[in-house]
Write a protein that binds this ligand. Sequence first.
Ligand code: NDP
Ligand code: AOF
Ligand code: ZN
Length: 350
Amino acid sequence: MTHEFYIKRCLELAVLGIGNVSPNPMVGCVIVVDDKIIGEGYHQKYGEAHAEPNAVKAVIDRFGADAETLLQQATAYVNLEPCAHFGKTPPCADLFVKHKLKKVVIGNRDPFSGVDGKGIEKLKNARIEVESGILDEECKYFNRRFFSRIQKQRPYIILKWAETANGYFSTLDGHQKWISGALAKRLTHQWRTEEDAILIGKQTAIMDNPQLTSREWPGKNPVRLVIDKDLQVPQSNHIFNSAAKTIIFNEVKTDVIDNVHYIQMEDMHFYLAQKIAFQLYLMDVQSVIIEGGANILNQFLTANLWDEARVFTAPNSWPNGLRSPIINGELREQIHIGLDKLSIYINHTI
Ligand SMILES: NC(=O)C1=CN([C@@H]2O[C@H](COP(=O)(O)OP(=O)(O)OC[C@H]3O[C@@H](n4cnc5c(N)ncnc54)[C@H](OP(=O)(O)O)[C@@H]3O)[C@@H](O)[C@H]2O)C=CC1
Ligand SMILES: Nc1c(N[C@@H]2O[C@H](COP(=O)(O)O)[C@@H](O)[C@H]2O)[nH]c(=O)[nH]c1=O
Ligand SMILES: [Zn+2]
């Protein structure tokens, strides 16, 4: 098998950690001898073991006394450079050195300053052969949330909304009227399990009284973020319930009341998108899905602060309403989700 085959296997394993490892990257590791996989592992949860010790442990558990000899003949594949620093766990590069692996094949070099080539250097200094840059672009896109935080100092930003066949987003008077179907809703809940946070504007919080949970998909709820300058959303609304942490960005106070955190900001009407992006970076929020309304979505579009947009277009038209945001970006994918069409756009200009 090719290096690409085993790096792809690393990604298959790594993705099992989605939603549970942030702000760490998703990493998988495969250990191979004579073109046979003898052990696999992935980073399962933030604060717990990285992919590499899990894969080495799998070899030791399976082969017992023979494990050390096998590891000395082995090539380890890993989609991100093994770490070189003492974080929540000891350096993975040291582990490979300790077990005297023969070769290490890497997807991306890790841009995090604590690693950034130092893992590769440790391996090479111990005379372990290293190859790096296998499926480099694919691995980078796979860990786009992590790369955004480290290299752009902001979270990966996903815009998401539903519109009618003739381009309407909401009713004229603002009352909630559902546009997309049941399958789209379930898929949205899956997406919510995959991102650190979900953001909405004040009007959406008032008119829709949304829960912003992942209740129709197994997995965690994202942190709920609301733009509410003057604290006008009623305390009885679902976003204040205990289902998830909620952060209210406002101009009135900074406070913590149980799971509700208030963060005071200045002059929210100026550069809101930029301020929110930076604030989330400071809080180690690595990704955010923005679910409306049109006002907030348009501000992120105008600021060109978005990476991906996911738009459901329903089959039905409305006679009137408020218009959806207009998006310019590469149309990467278009598929049907039940009766709705899902269009995924990527922003290459950022
Ligand atoms: N089709 C879909 O996918 C979705 C539809 N909806 C629908 O959209 C409607 C709500 O959308 P929309 O009216 O656009 O409202 P938003 O939810 O985007 O909230 C807009 C409000 O947020 C506040 N705000 C906006 N920018 C700033 C800023 N820079 N600083 C401080 N506060 C700011 C303003 O309040 P203030 O005036 O007090 O400053 C503004 O009125 C509802 O009808 C809802 O049902 C909602 C989400 C998704
Ligand atoms: N109306 C509309 C959407 N609305 C979005 O979903 C939120 C409701 O979330 P929840 O209360 O958790 O179900 C709502 O406030 C708004 O952000 N989404 C869609 O996929 N299609 C739709 O037609
Ligand atoms: Zn590590």
